[in-house]
Design a protein around this ligand. Structure first.
Ligand SMILES: Nc1nc2c(c(=O)[nH]1)N[C@H]1C(S)=C(S)[C@@H](COP(=O)(O)O)O[C@H]1N2
Ligand SMILES: [Mo]
Length: 421
């Protein structure tokens, strides 16, 4: 019987073969002749045969196809169009999952790749290395969790509150939920000899270093407190039951449930465990609230607030008459307790009605909901959904401005035009 890891590497070979065939215009026959190992060497060149895996230069910032009916491309990022989730099951298929890349997706050879765990918070600071095979032998867990960019909804600071914020102009599609399988970070830290003196854990990506604010900020990395690292952080090697695709962190990404997306470092190469607080561009200059309503030393952002989205095109049209509106709501804290929907039309605000919740309502993921509407008046409408989680946290009508446009969690006014039936 094939072991989990045989299956894993077989799948990877198939994926690689498929992608290389597309990229290089090789036929399946030619690829089979080269063999998976040959195909790998062709992809990577001699460098990959050294013991430490290195990221390879990718063709573009994102490897997977980005069909325009599913995605809006924003620089090196791709936002999911919410209408792509309509009729989908609980999770977002990997093919439809948004991508947020500071630079570009690296192509990494899983066979030579190693994870280095080191630092002053370990019994032996030189630490140890783990291969993917090592990790696959450790106890695994599968959890549903969203990855959501802290800047999701940023453009609504401008369109809804009249105060545009700097950064990628996401609407609400910088989120997806997947089933992530991997090794709890705790298992790896314990095997690496984490001590009681450990304070911060710093995961670092193998993608290119980031030039920002006039300086090279180094590799994408962001410390998290050892408490969260030992609690529910997961070193994920599977997304929705298949190896994580390149764009989402192959061969290994961190998943930090409930926290802003930047915590979930992709393409992990190194994890420092330190006996003192650690800092990077991503927990000092970035990902803190800066604005007139925030103190000058606001703490780094962690848990995501409560939000909702309709599974409809932004600014699309709906025929007048009876229609079923669907959407999803989520919270970085607790599962969702209720969702209230209001429809504002040319004649003013409609009544507030409870949406019906469907299926799973998991912590650190989302819940699906629906509501039947009867749209009578043609013209411009706004669809509003307000979610409340089980801690009683409710989406507000407005949120205080912050210059980087993080965590827009006010009730969104989703624009639609009702056309005469
Ligand atoms: N190594 C690395 N990890 C990263 C990033 C990155 O650019 N490089 N982007 C982060 C940000 S800002 C977000 S929102 C999520 C996006 O994950 P996704 O592309 O799988 O949707 O990955 C995070 N992890
Ligand atoms: Mo992000």
């Amino acid at each position: 019987m094939p072991t989990h890891e045989d299956e894993y590497f077989r799948l990877r070979d198939e994926q690689l073969e498929h992608r290389l065939g597309r990229e290089r215009g090789l036929s399946r026959r030619e690829l089979v002749r080269l063999g998976a190992a040959g195909a790998l060497a062709l992809a990577a060149g001699p460098a990959l045969r050294t013991a430490t895996a290195r990221a390879q230069a990718p063709a573009g910032p994102i490897v997977k196809p980005l069909p325009p009916e599913w995605f809006t491309v924003l620089g090196t990022n791709a936002e999911m169009r919410w209408e792509a989730m309509r009729g989908e099951d609980y999770v977002t298929p990997a093919a439809k999952f948004f991508v947020r890349n500071h630079t570009a997706t690296p192509l990494i050879d899983a066979r030579t790749w190693r994870l280095q765990v080191f630092g002053s918070g370990l019994r032996r600071p030189e630490g140890r290395e783990f291969s993917l095979r090592d990790l696959l032998k450790l106890p695994s867990r599968e959890i549903p969790a969203f990855i959501e960019c802290a800047g999701n909804g940023r453009s609504l600071f401008g369109s809804q509150q009249g105060t545009p914020a700097a950064g990628s102009a996401w609407k609400l599609g910088a989120i997806g939920v997947a089933r992530w399988r991997g090794v709890p970070l705790r298992e790896v830290l314990e095997r690496a000899g984490v001590t009681r003196r450990a304070v911060d854990v710093l995961p670092e990506g193998l993608d290119a270093t980031v030039v920002a604010g006039g300086a090279d900020q180094g590799h994408v990395r962001r410390p998290l407190p050892v408490e969260k690292a030992l609690d529910d952080a997961l070193l994920a090697y599977e997304m929705n039951g298949a190896p994580i695709p390149p764009d989402h962190g192959f061969p290994l990404r961190l998943v930090v449930p409930g926290w802003i997306g930047i915590a979930s470092i992709k393409w992990l190469g190194r994890i420092e465990v330190a006996d003192r607080p650690l800092f990077s561009y991503w927990n000092t200059t970035q990902y803190r609230m800066v604005g007139p309503d925030y103190p000058p030393d606001a703490p780094p952002l962690t848990t995501q607030p409560v939000k909702s989205a309709f599974e409809l095109p932004w600014g699309g049209s709906l025929p007048a008459g009876r229609t079923r509106l669907t959407g999803r709501s989520w919270s970085g804290g607790r599962p969702i307790r209720r969702v209230e929907v209001r429809i504002d039309g040319p004649g003013g605000a409609g009544p507030v009605r409870r949406a019906r919740l469907h299926g799973p309502d998991k912590e650190h993921a989302w819940v699906r909901w629906s509501i039947d509407a009867d749209l009578r008046e043609p013209g411009a409408h706004a669809l509003l959904a307000r979610a409340t989680d089980r801690d009683g946290v409710t989406q507000p009508d407005t949120v205080p401005f912050n210059t980087n446009g993080y965590q827009f969690w006010a009730v969104a006014r989703h624009p639609v035009t009702v056309t005469a039936g």
